[in-house]
Design a protein around this ligand. Structure first.
Ligand code: SAH
Length: 245
C-alpha cells in the first residue's frame, strides 16, 4: 500500500512539474510593401501640390496599394501621375484625378456613394478606405468580375454590378454622391433622380475622344441643379454596350 502511495506521489509530482509551453505572442508581420515610399512620394509630390487638402482623401491615397490595380507589365509605373491601360481599351485613372474627384464629392463618413465605371476598382477602393458605403457599376463584365475579386481579396467592401451605369442602381438609391469615371455627352437623367437632396454628382461631360469638362452638380432644394466647372479632363468614353477586348 505504502509502495503504491509512493508511486502515485511520484507520478503526481512529475505531472505537476510538466511545463506546459505558453504560446508566445508573435505579432503578425505586416506584409512588406516595396511601394510604400513611392506611394508617399506620389501624394507629396503630385497630389498635395495640386491643392487637394481633404485629409481623408490624402490618407486613402497614402494607403490604397495602386500597384495591386495595374496589370503586371505596368507595375513599375504604378505611382506615376498618369492613367494606365487595364485591357478592353480602358484605363485606371491618373492618381491626381482620383484624389480631386473624391474631394469634390464632399463626403462625410458613412455616405452612400455610387460609382459608374468600376474599371480596375481603384477609385472604389479609395472611397471604401475613406469609410464610404460604395456601389460601383461596370459595363465590361470581365472587368467587373476582376475588380470585384480584387477588391474582395484586398479587403475592400464594395458592391459591384456588371451593367450599363446609365440607369444607376435604383434599388440602392438614393445616394449622397455619384461619381462617373467615363465621359458621357450629357448628364444621365436617372443619376440625378438617384441623388439625395444636397447630394453631389461629379461627372466629365464632352464629346468622345476630345477634352471634356469635369462638372460638380449639386441637387439643391426644389430639385434645382447647380453646376460648378472643375476644369478640363480627358476620360475614356461612356459607352452603352461593352466594347470587345
Ligand atoms: N474608375 C476606374 C477607371 C475607369 S475607366 C478605376 O479606378 O480604375 C472607365 C470605365 O468606365 C471603364 O472600365 C469602362 O468600361 C466603364 N464604362 C464606360 N461606360 C460605362 C457605362 N455606361 N456603365 C458602366 N461603366 C461604363
Amino acid at each position: 500500500m505504502r509502495w503504491l502511495a509512493c508511486v502515485m506521489l511520484i507520478v503526481w509530482l512529475s505531472a505537476c512539474s510538466t511545463v506546459t509551453p505558453t504560446p508566445v505572442a508573435t505579432p503578425l508581420a505586416a506584409p512588406f510593401d516595396q511601394f510604400a515610399e513611392e506611394r508617399e512620394r506620389m501624394v507629396d509630390d503630385q497630389i498635395i501640390p495640386q491643392d487637394v487638402t481633404d485629409p481623408t482623401v490624402l490618407q486613402a491615397m497614402r494607403r490604397v496599394p495602386r500597384h495591386e490595380f495595374v496589370p503586371p507589365e505596368y507595375l513599375g509605373q504604378s505611382y506615376e501621375n498618369h492613367p494606365l491601360p487595364i485591357g478592353y481599351g480602358q484605363t485606371i485613372s491618373q492618381p491626381f484625378i482620383v484624389a480631386y474627384m473624391s474631394e469634390n464629392l464632399e463626403l462625410k463618413p458613412g455616405d452612400r456613394v455610387l460609382e459608374i465605371g468600376t474599371g480596375s476598382g481603384y477609385q472604389a477602393a479609395i472611397l471604401a478606405d475613406m469609410g464610404m458605403e460604395v456601389y460601383s457599376i461596370e459595363i465590361v463584365p470581365e472587368l467587373a468580375a476582376e475588380a470585384e475579386a480584387r477588391l474582395k481579396r484586398l479587403g475592400y467592401e464594395v458592391q459591384v454590378r456588371a451593367a450599363d451605369g446609365y440607369y444607376g442602381w435604383p434599388e440602392a438609391a438614393p445616394f449622397d454622391a455619384i461619381i462617373v469615371t467615363a465621359a458621357p455627352d450629357h448628364v444621365p437623367q436617372p443619376l440625378i433622380e438617384q441623388l439625395k437632396p444636397g447630394g453631389q454628382l461629379v461627372v466629365p461631360i464632352g464629346p468622345v475622344g476630345a477634352i471634356q469638362t469635369l462638372w460638380q452638380f449639386t441637387l439643391e432644394a426644389g430639385d434645382q441643379l447647380t453646376a460648378r466647372n472643375l476644369g478640363e479632363v480627358r476620360f475614356v468614353p461612356f459607352t452603352r454596350s461593352a466594347p470587345s477586348p
